[in-house]
Design a protein around this ligand. Structure first.
Ligand SMILES: *[C@@H]1O[C@H](CO)[C@@H](O)[C@H](O)[C@H]1NC(C)=O
Ligand SMILES: *[C@@H]1O[C@H](CO)[C@@H](O)[C@H](O)[C@H]1NC(C)=O
Ligand SMILES: *[C@@H]1O[C@H](CO)[C@@H](O)[C@H](O)[C@H]1NC(C)=O
Length: 277
């Protein structure tokens, strides 16, 4: 009898715990419909209802988030959040994404949850992440080692940018008819112009049909000094008779020996960012 009643209490408390989680209004705040984190699933678990994934994730020390597979009624448990891996967070009509609600282990804080880079920890844990030793597995071979991460350096885009080196971005490159490129696929981020592309963006109007595109993009403003830090600037995309048929806002930074630009998808096609020596 005593066994029976305690069993009932356990069942009841489990039931009400579930109910409490399901009714928690905070819970819905982190769910992202139509999106999923790709490439970091460590376990797939069939469940009876979507909210069960919250409990399933919280039982795993390394679980950071999950994708719910709608048609299959299963949760894909992830070792990363969407913040840590923005480029792996992709549209997926068959799933929804949800961050772990509570008790998430910070990335790189235990050997079982190593990060691929210090930058990843910075992205995952946010602006407040401190400089210290973290567990890293940079080559993704399954063995962790303690590595010192300087988070001040990690926060500086001068150490984290991609290169653009196409000769066709140059201001004197005349776009052959029918071969206009656009930067519509360019992922958001910091870029430096190198090699055949030259070193920087032009700061005076570039005629249309240059730079391998139709509407040529140039910086409508001056380049900053090192002391200026990251400055907002306008990019104009020239039309046939105007210097600014389209425009977008970017950030520019002087890294001492070179400039970098935080570029985003231009407002259409064929629009492209130009470069010069
Ligand atoms: C970008 O170009 C610079 C200058 O040529 C070079 O030092 C750097 O290694 C390049 N970075 C990448 C990621 O290719
Ligand atoms: C652009 O100008 C540079 C130097 O001014 C020159 O070397 C290069 O051949 C020119 N390119 C084109 C496509 O006109
Ligand atoms: C670029 O301009 C040419 C000439 O006006 C036009 O034929 C072509 O369709 C344009 N390309 C794009 C991608 O808009």
């Amino acid at each position: 009898m005593a066994w029976n009643s305690s069993f009932f209490i356990i069942l009841a408390s489990l039931y009400f715990k579930d109910l409490a989680i399901a009714k928690n209004p905070c819970k819905t705040g982190v769910s992202v419909p139509g999106m999923a984190l790709k490439g970091f699933v460590f376990k797939k678990v069939p469940v009876t209802a979507p909210h069960v994934c919250d409990v399933t994730c919280e039982r795993e020390t390394i679980c950071q988030s999950y994708n719910y597979v709608i048609g299959e009624k299963s949760c894909e448990l992830n070792t990363r959040t969407k913040e840590a891996r923005p480029e792996n967070f992709q549209p997926d009509g068959l799933r929804f994404y949800m961050g772990r609600i509570s008790g998430r282990t910070p990335l790189g804080s235990i050997p079982e949850l190593p990060a691929l880079s210090c930058q990843e920890i910075k992205l995952s844990e946010g602006k407040d992440s401190i400089s210290k030793n973290y567990w890293l597995d940079p080559t993704n071979v399954g063995s962790s080692k303690l590595v010192y991460c300087d988070m001040i350096l990690e926060a500086d885009p001068c150490y984290h940018y991609k290169n653009l080196s196409e000769a066709s971005r140059k201001i004197n490159y005349s776009t052959p008819l029918g071969s206009a490129s656009c930067d519509y696929q360019l992922p958001f981020g910091w870029y430096r112009f190198v090699g055949a592309a030259g070193t920087k963006m032009p700061t005076t109007r570039v005629p249309a049909y240059k730079c391998g595109t139709n509407w040529s993009g140039w910086l409508d403003g001056s380049h900053p000094t090192v002391e200026d830090g990251e400055v907002p600037r306008k990019v104009c995309f020239s039309g046939r008779s105007t210097g600014c048929r389209y425009s977008t806002n970017i950030f520019v930074k002087n890294c001492g020996s070179n400039f970098i630009y935080e570029l985003k998808r231009p407002p259409g096609c064929a629009l492209r960012y130009c470069s010069t020596d």
